[in-house]
Design a protein around this ligand. Sequence first.
Ligand SMILES: Nc1nc2c(ncn2[C@@H]2O[C@H](COP(=O)(O)OP(=O)(O)OP(=O)(O)O)[C@@H](O)[C@H]2O)c(=O)[nH]1
Ligand SMILES: [Mg+2]
Length: 306
Amino acid sequence: MTDQSTRAGFVALIGEPNAGKSTLLNRMVGAKVSIVTHKVQTTRARVRGVAMAGASQLIFVDTPGLFHPKRRLDRAMVAAAWTGAADADVVVLLIEATRGLIEGVEAILTALEDKRGAGQPVLLAINKIDRVKADTLLALTEKMNARYAFDGTFLISAERGHGVEDLRADLAARVPVGPWLYPEDQIADLPLRTIAAEITREKLTLRLHQELPYQLTVETEKWEDRPDGSVRIDQLIYVVRDGHKGIVLGRKGETTKAVGQAARADMEAFLGQRVHLFLQVKVRPGWMDDAERFDAMGLDFKDGNA
Ligand SMILES: Nc1nc2c(ncn2[C@@H]2O[C@H](COP(=O)(O)OP(=O)(O)OP(=O)(O)O)[C@@H](O)[C@H]2O)c(=O)[nH]1
Ligand SMILES: [Mg+2]
């Protein structure tokens, strides 16, 4: 007889940029696996985080925000998000309570009608409820459900945790019966080198203004465990122009230094070991059309074809 007591499945988190998908994934996992900033288009590729819910293992798939793509990188990001949704057992659409059923959400719903798998449950999570009044929520819940046949609606604050446990319990019952797919103590399915690069990109995004964060990428070049238990991590920050290099470095290198300090602290917390971090900035005008850079980000270069 097979063991019918465990369940496991993939839950894709989709939504507009900035909806709070990465924040929700981190809360479900109980650790910071996916980077979060106040800026749009923070997540670039799919990030898997593993969460437990009783006898169910939920593999959350954080995806890049869905928007109208213009550049190669945009197109590859949006394609990665839809692939994440297509491969999932359950889809959770996050929208912002503060913004409601806006044009971008409408576009996602139209696309969902097309892309949704047969019998694939789609849940609605109205996020950031800490920022609106109760009557707004009631009206928005009705409006959204009149527009689309959701299998369930949850009112949550991913940041504060409200409503998240109800969503977790619902998902636990929806994923298929079967053995767990990851060891119980694993929280992410992402190479450590990638997590380390993402941490640095988060600190750069928080510190730099306007378009610049979008036009840079971070790669881990070297990872060297030392006999004393510490690790040396060398990373490259790719930018598109000389002027950007100056901005990333800052006066007397002070921006890179501050970014490095903040990133190192997060890496040490995540890895549980001392980190020596070395950052180098490299100008590469065409990196946004480099297949190799897309590979390193976990994106499919061909998905970016117009
Ligand atoms: N007030 C409030 N803010 C939230 C909540 N959840 C997320 N945020 C904030 O919303 C911003 C965006 O959060 P992310 O988790 O990065 O959003 P995302 O959907 O992953 O964004 P992309 O990766 O760009 O698609 C951050 O500043 C979060 O702190 C919430 O429940 N309440
Ligand atoms: Mg994100």
